[in-house]
Design a protein around this ligand. Structure first.
Ligand code: ATP
Length: 136
């Protein structure tokens, strides 16, 4: 479709989203980037964070855990370990994940610090994104 971008977000759990959009923004490990139709091709790894997609006057938010994005003039493909649209995020589940991670981090015995902080980060960002839902 002319002047549109196809955005595909794929995880090992399946296809989370495949839509024609006007604009995509995401956080790469080298920094935030925005993509409009006709963008020069590039590939980047992604930070745990938010993909913002714009369709007309509508803005949607999608959580993505680490992965990568492949940008071409008419397409953005995101491959991530996990991804959820803001409205599909289970806030209670994320709160439970925060509680578990915080309890682990409080333990005195040796824990997998990196794993617990990564779980905490995923859950915290999920809640932030869920709070945004869909802005129209
Ligand atoms: P949890 O400890 O709750 O499983 P996690 O961060 O370890 O959280 P992931 O490994 O990122 O979970 O994801 C595993 C699967 O569960 C993925 O399909 C992901 O989309 C889904 N998922 C995880 N947390 C949530 C949530 N709060 N709401 C909706 N789906 C979730």
């Amino acid at each position: 479709m002319e002047n549109k971008l196809r955005l595909d977000i794929v995880t090992p759990h399946g296809l989370v989203l495949s839509e024609d959009v006007d604009e995509v923004a995401a956080t790469g490990t080298e920094g935030e980037f925005g993509v409009l139709p006709g963008h020069v091709p590039f590939i980047t790894t992604l930070k745990v964070g938010m993909i913002i997609l714009k369709k007309g006057s509508k803005t949607e938010y999608v959580f993505v855990s680490s992965g990568y994005a492949e940008v071409s003039p008419d397409k953005v493909v995101v491959l991530a370990d996990s991804a959820e649209r803001s409205e599909d995020i289970d806030v209670e589940r994320a709160k439970a994940a925060i509680k578990r991670a915080e309890e682990r981090l409080r333990q005195e015995e040796k824990i997998d610090f990196a794993r617990a902080t990564a779980a905490l980060e995923r859950a915290t960002i999920r809640i932030q994104i869920a709070e945004r839902r869909v802005a129209r």
